[in-house]
Design a protein around this ligand. Sequence first.
Ligand SMILES: Nc1ncnc2c1ncn2[C@@H]1O[C@H](COP(=O)(O)OP(=O)(O)OP(=O)(O)O)[C@@H](O)[C@H]1O
Ligand code: SF4
Ligand SMILES: [Mg+2]
Length: 487
Amino acid sequence: MDSAAAKATGSTPALLEVRDLKKYFPVRKGLLNRHVADVKALDGVSFDLGAKETLGVVGESGCGKTTLGRTILRLIEPTAGSARFEGRDIFQLNRKSLRDLRSEIQIIFQDPYSSLNPRQTIGNIIGDALELHGLVTGDARFERAKELLERVGLQGSYINRYPHEFSGGQRQRIGIARAVALKPKFIVCDEAVSALDVSVQAQVLNLLEDLQRELELSYIFIAHDLAVVRHIADRVAVMYLGRIVELSTCDDLFEQPLHPYTQALLSAIPQPDPSRSKERILLSGDVPSPMSPPAGCHFHNRCPLAMERCRQEAPELVELRTGHQAACHLYDDEPHPVESIRIGRRTPQHRPSAFQTDDTMTIDTEESEAPFEDDLFEDDLEMFDGSAEGDPLPLEIPKVLDGHPGMALGPFGEIIDPQDTYSEYSDAPPLQAITGVCPDDGYVTAADETIADQPSAMAAEEEADTEEEPAPRDDDTLDIPTLEEDS
Ligand SMILES: Nc1ncnc2c1ncn2[C@@H]1O[C@H](COP(=O)(O)OP(=O)(O)OP(=O)(O)O)[C@@H](O)[C@H]1O
Ligand code: SF4
Ligand SMILES: [Mg+2]
């Protein structure tokens, strides 16, 4: 087994095993759609997730958190690696099996408004998912939708309302109701509370925890707010440029971080107790481009402790203390513990009670928006088509949304724009390549040949407009990580 992989111990088998997961988005150029480079959004990620466990995923903007969640759900096709859910490799499933699996694995999106179909009532939004998976039909689906709304703290009578009639927090509750409607075992929460006011955040987090206990759910909880992650996660993975650099039980990570990057992130957290405050570690240099990450340790150009070896050799993620892995050459000579890493829930006495909002510690993602190097591939960025060369077609392609030409519903009922080549659906074919609609579920089918031969609409537009420059990068804004104090 890959030494970077987390090892489940006897009594707690992993629900999800991810191994050496890679996702490279090809960067293409010119009329011939020449493949000139890859954005290495995931560059060999391995971990286990236990049943009823919450794995927090943190890291600066662009480090690959969303790509990780969506690739595991197969909203994006992987470049390499495997993700086994209860022993089944998600990446090997055929269309039918993948659809069946989608009742067991779900997602809660950051933006609850744009992920709910504005033309459907709440009853239909939740009821459609139930009917599609054959759980209930007819009027029974509305009864079930009512029950689910009540379970997430909303009135059952709201089933006849439309998404715009709700507040942000209420809409996120609806998103949660939709996600749990099919009784899943595993949910990816991608910045699920980030768009909410702090007090509403606390309510939604507490709801997620209640549902986890009640329905025995596992979460991958992606967030840039370290306070939120510290509260909800059993273990935490810290990502940097497409790799996990540290993976640990939550308490150990926050108390004794091992990786210099994690140490720098945590050193910027304001401490409520001044006697425990640590000197802030300021990192120099910019976050490198994920198109050309540095050789060896990706972090070496910013690491205050970098050695010669770090420039040559990528450190492996190894267990340095029980339950605590890090990828850093500083520990090469240290003996490793004999005991294997444990996955699963934190013990009850270590779990905090209801979420409090006093100590917010946020990775400032605003400042790290532009991950590209100006001097590299400047011309090549003129077209940034996410379609992956040689990738198989996605097995489930968005459903065309009635009355909204160009808009579609994703496999989790969310609104998407398949023409947006910079979206998570960039692997989907352009709508004009669609050859038919599946009579069972309304999802569209497309012919491989058509897609392979046809440059996307976005590609054609980009080609025509050669004057258009890529989004400008402001070098001054790349001095990260900084942690935002949110008083
Ligand atoms: N469809 C796509 N086509 C090309 N590149 C992409 C695509 N989606 C993401 N990327 C790139 O992959 C890298 C990882 O992006 P991702 O959205 O996973 O980061 P993230 O950690 O979720 O960031 P944030 O905190 O801002 O949400 C980034 O460099 C991003 O620009
Ligand atoms: S491997 Fe080297 S460069 Fe990377 S974090 Fe460790 S000390 Fe720093
Ligand atoms: Mg993201």
